[in-house]
Design a protein around this ligand. Structure first.
Ligand code: CA
Length: 237
């Protein structure tokens, strides 16, 4: 098992945070390698083939956003952003450049490890089957049958429009990950409509009502305010 550990690359210049993250990950049986600036981070990302990158946005030699773009040119490795920036726009910028999720500093061990597990799970799942979405998605009472394009809640059919179904299916395929508003618009309506957040909100309200999600209930879909939506991973809590 020891040579079968997930390899996590931490790119971060703050020694305190490196120590913290390294300890947390090693204790949970991950192999950890670290880079303290963007350039060596980029080199290690390509030479060490990590399973996950944990990335600080504020690096001494380059902006973390730039690094995301460079890595994405030839890799789909999941990237978890550690952001001290609490502005939504920075999170959106990171996700839109290809980061998969973020945690805002200061963060707790449990939240951090849950995000790491979710990303590794989804990327492994994607490598196997994402090209052909088939089968079913199950989250508590919600079942999505991709082949029949059918949604049920506690066994009852939910009558969704094509657009509502497409949004729900999209969120489920990325369960555990945040999809930004503009990413959702791009997937559902195409690039020309990006910026039309109102459309998503209207459809999402209908989805919630038809599925019987109570107002404020985030046990299925979480609205990351100002950023986008995240469907819960079936294995969370
Ligand atoms: Ca920093």
């Amino acid at each position: 098992m020891s040579n079968n550990k997930y390899k996590v690359l931490i790119i971060e210049d703050d020694a305190t945070i490196i120590r913290f993250v390294e300890t947390v990950l090693s204790t949970s049986n991950y192999q950890v390698i670290t880079a303290t600036n963007g350039l060596s981070g980029e080199r290690m990302a390509s030479s060490h083939n990590p399973d996950l990158i944990v990335l600080d946005l504020g690096l001494p030699d380059m902006d973390g956003l730039e690094l995301i773009e460079h890595v994405r040119e030839n890799s789909t490795v999941p990237i978890l952003v550690l952001s001290a920036r609490s502005h939504e726009s920075d999170k959106v910028a990171a996700l839109d450049r290809g980061a998969n999720d973020y945690v805002t500093k200061p963060f707790g061990i449990d939240e951090f490890l849950a995000r790491v597990r979710a990303l590794l799970r989804t990327s492994r799942h994607c490598a196997d089957s994402c090209s052909v979405p088939g089968g079913r998605f199950v989250l508590k009472d919600l079942v999505i049958d991709y082949d029949k394009r059918l949604v049920t809640m506690a066994g009852e059919d939910v009558k969704l429009t094509q657009t509502e179904y497409n949004i729900l299916a999209l969120l489920s395929e990325y369960a555990g990950k945040v999809l930004t508003y503009s990413a959702i618009v791009r997937y559902i309506w195409g690039a020309n409509d990006s910026g039309n957040v109102k459309k998503i909100q209207v459809n999402m309200a209908n989805i919630r009502r038809k599925c019987g999600f109570n107002p404020g209930d985030d046990s299925y879909i979480i609205n990351e305010l100002g950023v986008g939506y995240r469907m819960k991973d079936g294995k969370e809590d």
